[in-house]
Design a protein around this ligand. Structure first.
Ligand code: GDD
Ligand code: MN
Length: 384
């Protein structure tokens, strides 16, 4: 017994604390995990490392696969989140669980060039940098072969993000970077954690000017599985931009909700006037316009503003009915406030805006909790 203990203690002495913690966010990456661990093991060699996979309860068994591999690779572990989605928050939680002083953040699907990890690590230490970003837009970096739409979307996102982050990096939307853990931790309370773009979040939340180095790499095609790029990613990007521009004062979802409401107003007017032109009387045309714009608002909000909680099938129909009820109550609140304001100020403009704002806030609050509330959800959905 004593001898077993002694040998265990001796063995432990040889286990080095990790210097580099590789954080990998995953959602349905089953078939990439084993090759990824193999590749990282190969490129990092003797450097003491650990890998933390942060999995949002993937349905394809990613978590079980990590556990299986961890039986023979103790440097690997999985943080499994239930009922949660989001790349940025996954990365943040992975970093908080990491033991290394330096963190690498990388995708699971081999689009990021893992062979750059040692260069990035050594440059971070040698040049005393805070952050080393893998970039597709400098030196011999590139985005590989993308179709025109994706290239254009990415180009727009990159240009907006460069401006937002004060041109500190050529590729601020990169999900491939190394950072000192202490630097990441110092940004924690400023992070928005919305959506996909954790690097933008870090750059705009840093408490001092960061020393950033860039290492070019070529963005590969995804090895296995499917990309999660979708309308959801666009919505999430909009969330992050709004959150950063309003400095967290206005909920991004409300800005989108109100924006959709603005579009809904245009739909309303279009239906109203075509109804009038088609010979309908005002009340009928107004009623038709009201319901059309409610349905329009519902569909667009379901597709975009609440994409992460999108309702389908029977829930879609139930949600629509609830949405119409809520908007009707919102209209009463709208008129009530407008009446109150006009009795005090006599200004149609102020009363109109006040009423509309009241209606929008009411609709938003009620819709967020009742139509798209997250109660009863047992498993994080897979928004596409
Ligand atoms: N935990 C968790 N939760 N992981 C997620 C989620 C999520 O909700 N969504 C995606 N992931 C994981 C994926 O499994 C993958 O490992 C990584 O995050 C990136 O997801 P992809 O779906 O492969 O993203 P992409 O290829 O569209 O985007 C890549 O390019 C962007 C730049 O254009 C990513 O590298 C981004 O980080 C990068 O900003
Ligand atoms: Mn990818």
């Amino acid at each position: 017994m004593a001898s077993i203990l002694r040998s265990e203690v001796q063995a432990e002495r040889h286990v080095l604390a990790p210097r580099l913690s590789v954080v990998i966010p995953t959602f349905n990456e089953f078939s990439n995990i084993a090759p990824l661990v193999e590749a990282v093991r190969g490129v990092l060699g003797d450097l003491p490392w650990e890998m933390i996979v942060v999995d949002d309860d993937s349905r394809d068994g990613t978590y079980d696969e990590v556990l299986r591999i961890a039986q023979t690779e103790p440097r690997l572990r999985c943080l499994r989140r239930i009922g949660r989605r989001g790349l940025s928050s996954a990365v943040t939680e992975g970093v908080l669980a990491a033991n290394g002083d330096v963190i690498a953040v990388m995708d699971a699907d081999f689009q990021h060039d893992e062979t750059k990890l040692p260069i990035m690590y050594h440059r971070l230490l040698d040049e005393d940098a805070d952050l080393v970003v893998g970039t597709r837009y400098a030196g011999d970096g590139s985005v590989g072969d993308w179709d025109a739409t994706r290239a254009r979307m990415s180009d727009l996102a990159t240009r907006l993000s460069r401006r937002l982050t004060g041109y500190q990096a050529t590729d601020p939307v990169s999900g491939f970077f190394l950072i000192r853990r202490a630097v990441f931790v110092s940004t924690l309370y400023g992070l928005s954690q919305q959506g996909y773009k954790i690097l933008i979040d870090i750059l705009t939340s840093a408490t001092h000017k960061l020393k950033v180095i860039e290492v070019p790499y070529i963005f590969r095609n995804r090895a296995q599985g499917e990309s999660k790029i979708s309308l959801m990613v666009v919505a999430e990007f909009a969330f992050l931009l709004i959150d950063k521009v309003t400095r967290g004062w206005i909920p991004p979802r409300f800005v989108l909700f109100a924006g959709v409401g603005g579009l809904g107003l245009l739909v309303h007017l279009a239906v109203l006037f075509s109804g009038a032109r088609g010979g309908m009387n005002f009340i009928h045309a107004q009623a038709l316009a009201t319901y059309t714009s409610m349905i329009f608002n519902y569909v667009i909000n379901n597709e975009f503003t609440y994409r992460d909680r999108r309702l389908v099938g029977l829930n879609f129909v139930r949600g629509l009915a609830l949405f119409i009820i809520i908007c009707s109550i919102g209209a009463i609140a709208n008129v009530g406030v407008a009446e109150l304001v006009i009795s005090r100020t006599q200004s149609w403009t102020i009363a109109g805006i006040g009423g509309a704002l009241m209606g929008a806030v009411f609709n938003f609050g009620a819709a967020s909790s009742i139509v798209w509330g997250q109660h009863k959800r047992r498993r994080a959905g897979a928004p596409k």
